[in-house]
Every structure is written in structure tokens, then in C-alpha cells.
Design a protein around this ligand. Structure first.
Ligand SMILES: O=C(O)CCC(=O)C(=O)O
Ligand SMILES: [Fe+2]
Length: 261
């Protein structure tokens, strides 16, 4: 197994490893790499949905998808290029922050990828937090924010009144590494507890802009056979749709996380 850094702010590429052969001790080593680099890329895999599930289960229990999963595989959904207009992931977010216990990691396996474009962008929220001034850190450390799936429900044509909402600390502490990370995103964060919507907006806008500074970002260009896992506890991500109607087909799953602390 050969490990190289993917980019300055985040990510590692793990080569010469068939993830189907990973045992508990290798998974422990991979988890150390994961906590250190936040994104792991495993190129040149040949995985069935069951292989992907088996590998992901080294990290815990998988999140079932209530509808739209792959037939016979309730824990996997397909991401398929249905055109730019219908891509709901073209925004900076951490997955399902509107849930009381959002998934700790998301794992994507590419079956088809455009020759160029269709990248996934990531932003390191540990670095984003570290770069804040001591004064701003002291303030955001005390804040709790409401996250909502209302806008997402509207995008999907569902009833926004039924959408999930949850409150989380604005700075979360990684349950494994202990690192503190900023935990807000334009897609789902609505307002701070005990603050008005308008007051919240001013500071949230600053934090949204700060959290995606180029210094914190890296992008993954997909090849068929790439397996990529990222840490939702300390990263934002963004699906860049610049590949028109070129085919892009991905199998996606998520591993359960704890309520952010
Ligand atoms: O398609 C992608 O690049 C990422 C989509 C996304 O946001 C996700 O799978 O959570
Ligand atoms: Fe996502």
C-alpha cells in the first residue's frame, strides 16, 4: 500500500491496495490516515455493491435509504448525471446536517466518469476554524445553529413542512481526533439559537465565505474504479457540474455518525 498526499489542505491517495482484501488491522491503519487526511482515494478498484458495503462496514453501521436505493441494496444509491438543472449537490455542504446525528462519512464508488470535469470539491473546516481570530473563535465556540432540510425538500418537490431540522454546535469536536472544525454551510444552516434570523445572516455570510477560501480546498477528478471516502465531521463538499451530459455514474453510501458535540 502506497500513500501520497492528494493536495496541501486535505486528502490522501492510497494505491496498491485492493479494498476487498482489507482486514481489521489494515482498516485501523486506514482509519488513522482518514482522521489525518479527511479524504481517502482508492484508485483502480473493482467492486460489486456488496464489496463496497463490506469495506464501508469497517467504519460502522450504514445508513439505509428509505427510497430510491439500488435494487437489493438498501444502503446504496446511484448518482447519475441527469443534467445540470437536476443536480441538487451543486452547493457547499456537509451531508445531512439537518439530521440529529448526521452520517460521519460518505463513500462514493465511480463506475463511469467524464474525461474532464464532474469533480468533487472539498474544503477543510479544521483549517477554516484554526485561521479564525481568537476573538471570533471565542464567539463561535459558544454558538449553536439550526440546520434545515426545507430548501432541499423544495428542490425535490416535497413538502417543506415535513423536512427535518436539527441544532448543532457551530464548532464541533471530532469524536476521534479531537480536532475542532467549523460546522456551518449555506445549504442547510438557518440561524443561531437565541439570535434573530437577520442577526444570524450577517455572521453566517462571513463564515460561509471564510469556510470555502481556496487555501482550504482540494478537488478530486474521478476515474472509473475510484473509491473515495470523506469525513463529514470536518469537511464541506461540492459537486461541480461542468461536464454537460457526459455520463457520470457513482454508487454512494453513508456510515452513521454520532450527534455532533
Ligand atoms: O456527486 C458528487 O460529486 C458528490 C455529491 C454529494 O454531495 C454527495 O454524494 O453527498
Ligand atoms: Fe453531499
Amino acid at each position: 500500500m502506497q500513500v501520497t498526499k492528494m493536495a496541501a489542505p486535505l486528502g490522501a491517495i492510497v494505491e496498491d491496495l485492493d479494498v476487498r482484501t482489507v482486514d481489521v488491522s489494515t482498516a485501523t491503519k486506514l482509519n488513522e490516515l482518514f482522521c489525518q487526511h479527511h479524504v481517502l482515494v482508492f484508485p483502480k478498484q473493482q467492486l460489486t455493491p456488496d464489496d463496497q458495503v463490506a469495506f464501508a462496514q469497517h467504519w460502522g453501521e450504514l445508513v439505509p435509504f428509505p427510497y430510491g436505493s439500488l435494487p437489493g441494496h438498501p444502503n446504496i444509491i446511484e448518482l447519475r448525471n441527469k443534467g445540470k438543472q437536476r443536480d441538487v449537490n451543486q452547493h457547499w455542504h456537509s451531508d445531512m446536517t439537518y439530521d440529529p446525528a448526521p452520517p460521519k462519512l460518505t463513500m462514493l464508488y465511480a463506475l463511469e466518469a467524464p474525461a474532464l470535469g464532474g469533480e468533487t470539491a472539498f474544503a477543510n473546516q479544521i483549517e477554516a476554524y484554526e485561521d479564525l481570530s481568537d476573538g471570533m473563535k471565542t464567539l463561535v465556540d459558544t454558538l449553536v445553529a439550526k440546520h434545515s432540510a426545507k430548501d432541499l425538500a423544495r428542490l425535490y418537490g416535497q413538502d417543506p413542512e415535513q423536512a427535518s431540522e436539527a441544532e448543532h454546535p457551530v464548532v464541533r469536536t471530532h469524536d476521534e481526533s479531537g480536532a475542532k472544525a467549523l460546522y456551518v454551510c449555506r445549504a442547510f444552516t438557518r440561524q443561531f439559537r437565541h439570535w434573530s434570523r437577520q442577526e444570524s445572516k450577517v455572521l453566517l455570510e462571513y463564515l460561509y465565505e471564510h469556510s470555502i477560501r481556496p487555501e482550504y480546498q482540494a478537488r478530486h477528478q474521478w476515474q472509473p474504479g475510484d473509491l473515495v471516502m470523506w469525513d463529514n465531521r470536518c469537511l464541506l463538499h461540492y459537486a461541480v457540474h461542468d461536464h454537460g451530459d457526459e455520463p457520470r455514474l457513482i454508487h454512494r453510501l453513508q456510515v452513521r455518525g454520532q450527534a455532533p458535540q
